[in-house]
Design a protein around this ligand. Sequence first.
Ligand SMILES: [Zn+2]
Length: 169
Amino acid sequence: MRCPFCHGLENRVVDSRLAKEGDVIRRRRHCGGCTRRFTTYERVDEVLPMVVKKDGRREPFDRQKIASGLKRACEKRPVSIDAIEAVVDTIERQLQERGERELESREIGEAVMRELHALDAVAYVRFASVYRSFRDVHEFMRELEDLIAERRRKPRPRRAARQGGRRRV
Ligand SMILES: [Zn+2]
């Protein structure tokens, strides 16, 4: 995005809001060249893929959602807001570059976890637990039920218990 003041190309997004209708993103950008700020408007469906949620509903990619999740994960960690914004930029760019019309929400979660893993280990673990619990409560319960049902059908082989002698922690 070219700066309207100095025409430089180096700028970063400092704030990003989705219009009420959900199809336009208003972005405040900070120019690294002249340090001025300017605003851009982008249509979501031309810029970023729609996010397909687990239940099949589609919603526009929401940068704020990712940023706030990351900020929560990085609370009291030595991670600057700039670093977080840079991570969100990276993820957004990766998603754009895929050039797909739709993306599963899972893929976004995984992209976030990848970036966060490189950024801060503690924040990564925090985000992973929060993300997983948000994403998967129902899924998890279903899987658990399946697992229990499966175990009832075929009990665990005794051999394993006799062999190891290791204690489960
Ligand atoms: Zn500029």
